[in-house]
Ligand binder design. Structure first.
Ligand code: 4AD
Ligand code: MG
Length: 474
């Protein structure tokens, strides 16, 4: 359907051509002499209106009421001009083939259903306009991400999902457990289920073949090893956080994009983050026009103008100290205290992007070292580190990054100060022992980018199968 309707003439250039469309019925309207079927194949937002008259082969299925919302069908026909105002062309059917009937209990009927309800139907929600559009824009953002980094000479590196390190040091890791069947009988009798220790079938060891291991919270430390060999690299993969937060911006499983730049400082890092964000925003504005118009009308009014601004305007930059001062001056009561040395909460971040700088992305840099991770490069003031967070309206923190501490003695002293074991970071310290270079990078939460780019309020609606505390169905 996208192939026919996506062209400049919206299909008028194909009048008289024959066409076969395979898809799922959105609506069916029977009139005395003809039946109209709105068919969607997921390639774009638009449906193909199929006009079926009684002489079409397979019309008996229509008459028998077999073709209902949700059913999958194939329609063969000829593209003709449409007298309707909603589309330029329609498909005059000569043959209609039923593929899979849809039970009358199909939960997504035409009337608008809430997004909360659709989360309980995650297996069927991609059949709706909203979730189809989110999936296509998410795909376009992923494609544009690879395109941006590849065009700029970055090498894509896969970072491990199972790891012994806690990059962020926040202790928010899921533990990996090994299931070892005690015997072949135990394995056979388990029949795909997970037997418990009580059943005496499985030896649950609390570790990864005898060593502690976790699901990664970030691929950064691994990316640093490749950046100090191949120069600029990036990762793009799943990461996990065992934080028990039920907010509209947190997932237990999310995808992160983590570029790491060699021979680079914090300014290079901020320039890269800005260029990347502007590139992917421009990409979807140019390549996902129909879906973006849909978001602009139905999800967030004005999102296209807002993104157009993001694509061309400079981002605001200020230091953490200036950000705290502007919050202290704010004529607003915050729930969490504002004080130099305290982390900024999402209410503070939103105030800065939405009120102080009215809707523009803001980069805050030079945070107090106490509230940031061990690997960040210390500034000369002895109090702050070369860190940056990029904040956007509505979502808050989209990117977190820093210049990394490349000086061996200072990094070792910091590990000691934080009582972190130098032994377990031996390989990370080696990078500072053998040809250390200034380097910097950042992490961008992909679902937060999808939220920002589509206007979806809740991060659960930016991920096909969201994982939040207690929910791992589907
Ligand atoms: O700020 P964070 O924790 O930074 C790091 O992990 C660094 N190691 C990144 C780096 O420098 N290579 O996370 C980076 C980003 C955040 O800005 C946010 O967009 C996203 O990851 N993020 C989450 N997204 C969804 N759900 C969560 N629970 C998230 N936690 C972080
Ligand atoms: Mg962060």
């Amino acid at each position: 359907i996208a192939d026919i309707k996506g062209g400049p003439d919206e299909g008028l250039d194909r009048l008289g051509h024959s066409l076969v469309v395979r898809g799922w019925v959105r609506t069916i309207r029977m009139q005395s002499s003809v039946t109209f079927i709105e068919l969607n194949d997921g390639s774009c937002l638009s449906n193909m209106q199929c006009v079926v008259s009684s002489d079409a082969e397979g019309y008996d299925q229509v008459e028998a009421g077999c073709i209902s919302t949700g059913a999958s069908i194939v329609v063969h026909g000829i593209i003709v001009g449409s007298p309707g105002s909603k589309q330029k062309v329609e498909l005059k059917a000569d043959k209609i083939v039923m593929v899979g009937e849809s039970d009358s209990s199909f939960p997504i009927q035409k009337k608008r259903v809430s997004r909360e309800f659709l989360r309980t139907k995650a297996h069927l929600r991609p059949r709706t306009n909203t979730f189809g559009a989110v999936a296509r824009v998410r795909n376009a953002l992923a494609y544009a991400t690879h395109k941006f980094f590849q065009e700029n000479g970055f090498v894509w590196v896969s970072s491990p999902i199972i790891t012994a390190s806690d990059c962020e040091g926040a202790g928010e890791q899921f533990c990996v457990t090994t299931l070892i069947p005690t015997s072949q009988e135990a394995l056979d009798s388990s029949a795909g289920t997970i037997p418990t220790t009580d059943e005496g079938l499985i030896d649950w060891s609390q570790d990864f073949f005898g060593k502690p291991a976790f699901l990664t919270v970030s691929g950064q430390l691994n990316a640093e090893t490749y950046a100090t060999a191949l120069s600029d690299v990036y990762t793009f993969g799943p990461t996990f956080r065992a934080e028990n937060s039920n907010t509209s911006r947190h997932l237990a499983e999310f995808w992160m994009i983590e570029p790491e730049l060699a021979f680079a400082d914090l300014n290079d890092d901020m320039a890269c983050a800005t260029a990347y964000l502007q590139y992917v925003v421009r990409y979807i504005l140019e390549n996902c026009k129909e879906d973006m118009e849909f978001f602009n009308t139905w999800i967030e009014k004005g999102i296209i103008n807002r993104l157009n601004d993001v694509a061309v305007k400079d981002f605001v930059q200020l230091t953490y100290t200036d950000a705290v001062n502007s919050l202290l001056k704010a004529n607003k009561k915050f729930e969490f205290p504002v004080k130099w040395g305290f982390d900024l909460q999402s209410e503070h971040e939103r105030y800065i992007t939405e009120e102080v700088f009215s809707g523009c992305p803001v980069i805050i840099r030079d945070y107090p070292k106490e509230i940031k991770a061990f690997y960040m490069r210390q500034n000369d003031d002895g109090k702050t580190v070369a860190a940056m967070d990029l904040l956007v309206p509505r979502v808050g923190e989209l990117i977190g990054g820093s210049q990394r501490e490349e000086r061996l003695e200072i990094l070792e002293a910091r590990l000691d100060e934080l009582k972190l074991s130098k032994e377990s970071y031996w390989w990370y310290l080696d990078l500072r022992r053998y040809g250390s270079v200034p380097h910097a990078g950042f992490g961008l939460g992909f679902e937060r980018l999808v939220q920002f780019a589509t206007g979806m309020d809740n991060i659960r609606d930016a991920m096909p199968f969201p994982r939040t505390p207690g929910s791992a169905e589907f």
